[in-house]
Design a protein around this ligand. Structure first.
Ligand code: B12
Length: 294
């Protein structure tokens, strides 16, 4: 089923005020949303993705007049290129990954582990690399083998971090997982590493967890929060309906335990998804952690 959103919902999700959405459409033809029979605008998921990118890029100083007519793909490329957070080591690593230069890749990984704090390793190094490699693979500018090289190196580094944390005895712990049928685990790995950098403990349950298992684990472990990452999978490959999954977990766990959801496969619906908090980026997740530890 195709999802459609009102202008209010589109504004809420993308962060662009409704007046700006209207102005960007009128003046710069940034979008042409469908019109319902009553004349109201109706936005698709793609429209919202474009609005979110326009929002981020204008915040970075791009003029709306110059970027409004770009395709979503080009906006994504622009955003990746100019993301202010990306560390120079990340640029180097991608260059050497293009050349399959394994020696240089190992050197950079070692250097980044030694020189970057965990928080910066996650936000400025690992996340931008993984996202860029994902986009390059999607656009056939990099091979799946190259993606596997870097994913497995980073996966094993995060695995070591998680193991070290098992020896810590923090008072607060968050649970991390992905819904049943979703094997994309980098979102939760990165968030878990951010927690560790702020001395918040983790129960890493790995990806692909049925709702009843998550509910049971939450009852047994009494975490301070549940963190879910949801990848944008094609409908026919989704094992569970995400809103139904979230509702089940929300209904059967204590309301005092917040549920935070991120990832491309989840967008909050204005009226539904009560008690579920959407965090669009790792930076927002990190901000939430900062408030949590105050
Ligand atoms: C790596 C990868 C895999 C790996 C995952 C390995 C692992 N251990 O995680 C494997 C090989 C398992 C895999 C399998 C599949 N994949 Co895949 N995969 C990818 C790839 C290349 C990268 C995803 C990734 O890890 N990115 C890095 C992370 C860090 O970025 P991210 O997920 O975008 O998350 C960012 C934000 O969303 C946010 N975030 C994410 N989660 C959370 C959570 C919180 C709380 C917060 C605050 C933020 C947050 O922070 C991250 C950093 O900015 C993407 C392509 C892409 N461009 O994304 C395809 C992609 C997601 N996969 C896809 C597909 C189709 C599949 C398969 C069906 C392939 C197949 N035919 O078998 C299977 C499905 C498996 C399943 N049932 O889940 C599609 C989905 C297409 C669609 N929507 O229509 C994509 C987009 C590729 C494509 N275009 O075809 N995949």
């Amino acid at each position: 089923m195709k999802e459609n959103y009102t202008i209010l919902a589109a504004s809420h999700i993308s962060g662009v005020p409704t007046e700006s959405i209207r102005a960007w459409e009128r003046r710069y033809k940034a979008l042409t949303p469908q019109r319902l029979q009553n004349g109201r605008r109706s936005y698709s998921t793609e429209d919202i993705e474009k609005l979110s990118l326009l929002n981020k890029l204008t915040h970075e100083g791009h003029s709306i007049g110059q970027i409004a007519s770009l395709s979503t793909k080009n906006l994504k490329n622009l955003y990746q290129k100019h993301s202010p957070q990306r560390h120079p080591l990340a640029e180097d690593l991608i260059k050497h990954l293009h050349d399959f230069d394994m020696e240089k890749i190992s050197e950079i990984i070692e250097e980044s582990k030694l020189t970057l704090e965990t928080r910066s390793f996650v936000l400025d190094f690992a996340a931008p690399i993984l996202s860029e490699v994902g986009i390059l693979v999607e656009n056939e500018k990099m091979t799946i083998a190259q993606e596997h090289i870097i994913s497995s190196i980073l996966r094993s580094h995060f695995g070591t971090l998680l193991q070290i944390s098992a020896n810590l005895k923090p008072q607060k712990r968050f649970i991390f997982t992905t819904p049943e049928g979703d094997f994309h685990e980098f979102g939760i790995l990165l968030c878990a590493a951010l927690c560790l950098s702020r001395r918040i403990g983790i129960h890493y349950l790995g990806p692909n967890l049925p709702a009843h298992e998550l509910i049971m684990a939450t009852k047994m472990l009494s975490p301070k929060a549940i963190i879910l990452s949801v990848a944008r999978l094609p409908k026919d490959l989704q094992k569970v309906d995400i809103p139904t999954y979230l509702k089940e977990v929300r209904t059967h766990t204590s309301a005092s335990i917040p549920i935070f959801v991120g990832g491309d496969g989840y967008r909050p619906r204005s009226s539904a998804d009560k008690g579920i908090q959407f965090l669009p980026t790792l930076a927002e997740f990190d901000k939430m952690l900062e408030n949590f530890t105050k």
